[in-house]
Design a protein around this ligand. Structure first.
Ligand SMILES: [Zn+2]
Ligand SMILES: [Zn+2]
Length: 315
């Protein structure tokens, strides 16, 4: 069963369930204002609560600040947070220095993420670079929480509380791990930023055949990680009409998200990373057009536009 709620309460679920709440659904840059008030202007952040109430957070965009406020208001003990970063682009990390529990003694904050093979920078770099004196007034040594950094390797799952989290390499201009979370038989997958792989060489290019194999292997690895999830949360930045002008920028389309969900037997699809220039009305219009096209072949798949405050219970 998938239950939808629309409030920010951090209530505990009971028995073999997992739930998640969207705190930021916008791509690339925060986009507050009347045109985006219904779906929200904060950048990527998703709160996940496992069956035993372990707190996992997917990405630290500006939505992380609103989540922090909620955690502080509702806290009954020390906050223990595990933040999984998909990649180092601003819209996925910009809320990190404003995660209020960092300033509270007794809090424990673990930042998980991959080491960037291009630079050799570990996950600690996304925090260190933002805490440089030129950009932020407080240094890490002045933060009262216990802060830890955990390097992740794609294909090597880690256990946090009662959940298992596995990263798979997606397709983006920087290394981006998509995360699958499994807990008590429930599962979700979050792509972070992802452009479905395609052959970058024309058909008559000598490297075309080898690259086709590369595309096939990486797509198969992603599909295997997504297979059979209860909830699939996907970067849907563009419409199929907009995409050709943006190919290579590292983002996907609504159509590609639907195709991925159907191919992998996902039970529900949440479209997110909304284009920052798209108003709520425009967003609903383009989504309605995609839904109409896919309606004859959804085979029970539920598809929903992610919005700030949307809470989903998997039970
Ligand atoms: Zn992004
Ligand atoms: Zn990105």
């Amino acid at each position: 069963m998938i239950g939808l709620k629309s409030d920010f309460k951090n209530s505990k679920t009971s028995g073999k369930s997992m739930k998640f709440t969207f705190w930021g659904v916008r791509g690339s840059i925060p986009s507050p204002g009347p045109r985006t008030a219904r779906y929200g202007g904060n950048t990527t952040c998703i709160e996940v609560r496992t069956d035993n109430d372990t707190l996992l957070i997917l990405d630290g965009g500006t939505g992380l600040f609103a989540l922090a406020q909620s955690l502080m208001q509702n806290k009954t003990g020390d906050i223990d947070a595990n933040i999984f970063i998909t990649h180092s682009h601003w819209d996925h990390i910009h809320g990190l220095p404003f995660f209020t529990p960092l300033f509270v003694r007794g809090s424990r904050v673990r930042l998980h993420g991959a080491t960037d093979p291009a630079t050799g920078n570990g996950i600690e770099h996304v925090m260190n670079v933002q805490l440089q004196n030129s950009y932020f007034p407080v240094s890490e040594t002045q933060m009262s929480a216990t802060i830890e950094y955990r390097s992740l390797v794609a294909g090597q799952p880690v256990t946090v509380g009662d959940a298992t989290i596995a990263g798979v390499v997606m397709n983006h201009p920087v290394l981006n791990l998509g995360y699958r979370i499994d807990c008590q038989g429930k599962s979700l997958f979050f792509t972070g930023d992802h452009e479905p792989l395609y052959n970058i060489h024309p058909a008559d290019h000598p490297a075309h055949a080898a690259y086709a194999q590369h595309v096939q292997a990486r797509t198969a690895a992603i599909d295997a990680a997504v297979m059979g999830v209860d909830a699939l949360i996907v970067d849907c930045s563009y419409t199929r009409e907009e995409y050709p002008a943006k190919q290579g920028w590292g983002h996907g389309t609504f159509d590609a998200a639907f195709d991925l969900a159907l191919r992998c037997g996902a039970r529900s699809l949440y479209c997110t990373h909304h284009e920052p220039t798209r108003s709520d009305d425009e967003l609903e219009a383009v989504f309605a057009a995609v839904l109409a096209r896919y309606a004859p072949r959804l085979h029970g798949l539920t598809a929903i536009l992610a919005r700030e405050g949307l809470q989903v219970i998997l039970s």
